[in-house]
Design a protein around this ligand. Structure first.
Ligand code: FE
Ligand code: FE
Ligand code: ZN
Length: 290
């Protein structure tokens, strides 16, 4: 089995409903070498405790198949900078609990949406996000927490690299932090990754430092640049287009990062997109051994 380390770490968002080992099997069936999953039900309440043998089976699969880092996703409803104190304290408790459970899957990523400041203003929003992170991050934890770049819908914090940098500046244990770049979100947020991908990466490097970039969400966008809408499209069916995704999987600064699809085409769509991106990267599809 020629699954060398040079293959793209690419995958998609998967459901946890059949457990962790089942996600590994689903990923294999899609020829995925990473994936994302929600760490808890977005409707809130307590998260299910993890079944240690289920998690152990997944860990064996990941190691045997040479998976890249996984990119777990916090629920969208979690808002560290809500104007409601009970929402903020729920978000902090949920994040602390998620990170504790992630310790059983060491060395992976936990991505979250910084939050929506809901009329409190960006400055208050950033302060609340930093306070939350300073409360929940545990020095020495095995998970790196990623801020996701946002589209700037409503009062979302994190639509510019500058806002993300201000959050990182306020986090005491910033060695535990990184950034996940969502292609649909940065496009909707105004960054021209179609005509000027290298310039956007230079700006990221200037403002945040490229070493902070730990993962990518690959989504096309249903809207033109700067729309601030956040509507994902299948690759090639939106305003970003296939050439940009071809450039990304071949880009020396990007090709080794875990890449997660969050496109609306279901499992068949994911399978086709993964195969297409592997072709763009010059890789053989599954089953096509030399
Ligand atoms: Fe997200
Ligand atoms: Fe995303
Ligand atoms: Zn999105």
């Amino acid at each position: 089995m020629s699954q060398g380390p040079s293959r793209l770490a690419i995958g998609c968002h998967l459901s946890t409903s059949d457990g962790y080992a089942a996600m590994g099997e689903t990923a294999i069936s899609l020829d995925a070498t990473t994936f994302s999953f929600f760490t808890r039900n977005p409707r809130g309440g307590n998260a299910k405790p993890l079944d240690p043998s289920d998690v152990a089976t997944l860990r064996t699969t990941l190691a045997e198949r040479g998976f890249g880092a996984l990119v777990a996703h916090a629920p969208y409803t979690m808002n560290l900078c809500s104007a409601k104190p009970e929402t903020v304290s729920f978000a902090r408790r949920a994040m602390a609990d998620d990170l504790e459970r992630m310790e059983s899957l060491p060395g992976n990523y936990y991505n979250f949406h910084p939050g929506s400041h809901v009329k409190q203003g960006v400055d208050v929003g950033i302060e609340l996000i930093c306070d939350g992170l300073n409360e929940v991050l545990v020095p020495g934890q095995c998970t790196t927490v990623l801020l996701e770049t946002m589209a700037g819908k409503g009062s979302e914090v994190g639509r510019s690299f500058d806002e993300l940098a201000r959050i990182l500046d306020g986090v005491q244990h910033d060695e535990l932090m990184g950034v996940c770049l969502d292609t649909c979100h940065v496009w909707d947020g105004g960054y021209d990754i179609v005509e000027a991908l290298d310039e956007v990466l230079d700006e990221f490097d200037r403002v945040l430092g490229l070493k902070r970039l730990k993962a990518l969400h690959l989504n096309d966008s249903k809207n033109p640049r700067s729309a601030h809408k956040d509507r994902h499209a299948c690759l090639g069916e939106g305003f970003i287009g296939l050439d940009t995704f071809r450039a990304i999987v071949n880009h020396p600064k990007l090709k080794s990062l875990p890449m997660i699809l969050e496109t609306p085409g279901g499992m068949d769509g994911y399978k086709k997109e993964i195969a297409l991106l592997r072709t763009y990267a010059g890789e053989r599809a599954k089953g096509e051994e030399a």
